[in-house]
Design a protein. Structure first.
Length: 114
């Protein structure tokens, strides 16, 4: 289960490294980091890691987080596919917003990430 957190931290590091050179990859890496952090939390508590909405079953803040960042979550989900397969570029502004969301996620759910 620790590999999930380690992989999330790897993708987070890559997102921060890519901000100046390839903003589209920041969005891809942030999407991966968020998913892996969620899976890590769920694996610790439920010994399984279903999708994002399942997080709300163990922490009521998940619903508000999702509502607050639905636009960015949609964007990073889209970027996961388009950056990988279609070569679509994203702005540095979008990349920075994705990193802000990742930082907020880690702050809101920090007790689950230790």
């Amino acid at each position: 289960m620790e590999f999930l957190r380690e992989n999330a931290e790897f993708f987070e590091g890559k997102a921060r490294e890519a901000i100046k050179e390839k903003p589209r990859f920041v969005l891809f890496f942030v999407e991966q980091a968020i998913q892996l952090y969620i899976k890590y939390i769920l694996a610790k508590v439920l010994e399984d890691y279903p999708l994002f909405h399942e997080l709300s079953k163990i922490d009521e803040r998940a619903k508000k987080f999702y509502e607050d960042y639905a636009d960015v979550l949609d964007l990073v989900e889209e970027a996961y596919i388009t950056a990988r397969y279609l070569g679509k570029e994203y702005s540095e502004k979008s990349a920075k917003r994705a990193l802000e969301m990742l930082d907020s996620f880690k702050e809101v759910f920090k007790e689950w990430l230790v």
